[in-house]
Design a protein around this ligand. Structure first.
Ligand SMILES: Cc1ncc(COP(=O)(O)O)c(C=O)c1O
Length: 424
């Protein structure tokens, strides 16, 4: 048959690498996965959540309300509490510009839904989005699925290489492609996958460049700041968000989540959006689900209001600091000195770089040897966009200390170390 019943979008959408990685882990129960971006199982707030849900449902005032539909934009108290929290993090006064207000906020089903909707609201097939090189591979999947071209911008220790960003923008201008550029996507805190945090100065610099080129593009160029790991800081100074670097108040789209810092299973995320993007995204969400789970929003509202969220976060930060320390110690002891890596100040990831001659991709000898030794990592190659302007680097790996127990971190790194020594 010549015609298809499937849409162009479904035919274009490739299997996400995450499905393949999860299937590999599930197929072998003895496998130690340092690949999953899951959070620490032992410290999930089970007791706290049980108490909160009990309180919520036992009250005749809040019980039925929590089990009823809510609104598309989300619970007003949760939006208010989240907006205040962001103001506090960005050190802005309570009476701050509209950009931090609850009226600009939408509660979503994980921040993943917001990333999807924002891309849908701004991009058509054939458009261009700039991403960090490497970037969050699930977001790369959204772009691929929508037929949007991702262009990689190199990274330095403190985030984007601004000189390269300018070069990429200039290249698009020369090719007459600037009108197709819509946004720059940054995972700005303890980045997935590299663990790098973008400095405030780099956020200012990126916004300035986007401003400079948007006159030639003929439309606004947005900075989409994905702050999924912002609250998981266990060392170093806090960096303000790009919202604080946007003098116009109209070019930064900020996404955040309560998944990583509270409970990944609750999948409560949020976004602060400029006026021009807010209404289209609310309409799209109306079609997606006309509102995220009210019960889960009420749970988060209570956790924030009574201080449980904050005290749990303190526990989590200590826990991840400890697990990162263990991974660091074992990387030092077990990995050959030719492998380079930097210690993250938060988040869940290490990003070792191997000598160029040693490949780490899914078809590499190293990956197969690691599987034989019952340990799984994310091949770095998966975190690079399909960008014809450069080959995809194939000598890096993402290692997560989020879900694995301390013992499995030690054993997993030891096994990987053996595989590396064998092949080097
Ligand atoms: C960089 C980044 N952004 C967004 C998300 C989505 O998280 P959630 O939908 O649980 O908020 C993740 C999840 O791993 C992530 O790593």
């Amino acid at each position: 048959m010549k015609s298809h019943s499937l849409s162009t979008l479904s035919r274009r959408t490739k299997e996400p690498p995450i499905s393949w990685l999860m299937a590999t882990a599930l197929a072998n129960p003895n496998l130690i996965s340092l690949a999953a971006g899951f959070t620490d199982q032992a410290s999930l707030p089970v007791k706290e959540t049980t108490d909160l849900v009990h309180e919520l449902l036992c009250s005749p005032k809040t019980g039925p309300a929590a089990l009823q539909y809510g609104t598309t934009i989300g619970d007003p108290v949760l939006r208010e509490l989240t907006a205040s929290r962001l103001k506090h993090l960005d050190e802005v006064p309570a009476a701050s510009p509209a950009v931090w207000s609850a009226e600009r906020m939408i509660i979503t089903n994980g921040s993943q839904q917001m990333l999807y909707m924002v891309t849908e609201a701004l991009c058509d097939p054939g458009d261009v989005v700039l991403v960090e090189d490497p970037s969050y591979f699930v977001y790369l999947g959204i772009l691929q699925s929508h037929g949007v071209h991702a262009r990689g911008v190199r990274m330095e220790q403190d985030g984007l290489d601004l000189a390269h960003l300018e070069q990429v923008l200039e290249g698009l201008r020369r090719k007459g492609r600037l009108a197709r550029l819509k946004l720059l996507y940054l995972v700005s805190y303890y980045q997935n996958p590299t663990g790098i945090t973008t400095s405030f100065e780099k956020k200012q610099g990126a916004l300035k460049l986007l401003r400079q080129f948007e006159r030639l593009a003929g439309h606004p160029l947005y900075l989409l700041e994905d702050a999924a790991y912002r609250e998981l800081r266990f060392r170093g100074e806090h960096v303000k968000s790009a919202l604080a670097a946007d003098p116009s108040d109209e070019r930064v789209i900020y996404t955040g989540t309560y998944s990583k810092p509270f409970a990944t299973g609750a999948r409560v995320g949020f976004g602060l959006l400029p006026k021009a993007v807010y209404t289209p995204v609310v309409r799209i969400k109306g079609n997606h689900d006309f509102g995220s789970s009210n019960l889960l929003q009420q749970l988060l509202t209570r956790a924030l209001a009574c201080g449980i969220y904050e005290s749990h976060l303190a526990v989590l930060r200590n826990r991840y600091a400890q697990k990162a320390k263990i991974m660091r110690k074992h990387l030092h002891q077990q990995f050959p000195p030719a492998v380079e890596w930097r210690e993250p100040q938060g988040g869940l990831y290490f990003w070792p770089r191997l000598p160029h001659r040693l490949k780490s991709g899914p078809h590499s000898r190293l990956f197969q040897e690691a599987l034989k030794k019952n340990v799984l990592y994310v091949p770095g190659q998966l975190c690079y966009a399909e960008d014809p302007s450069r080959p995809k680097p194939n000598n890096e790996m993402r290692l997560s200390f989020g879900a694995a127990s301390e013992r499995n971190i030690c054993t997993g790194i030891e096994r990987l170390g053996k595989a590396l020594h064998q092949l080097l």
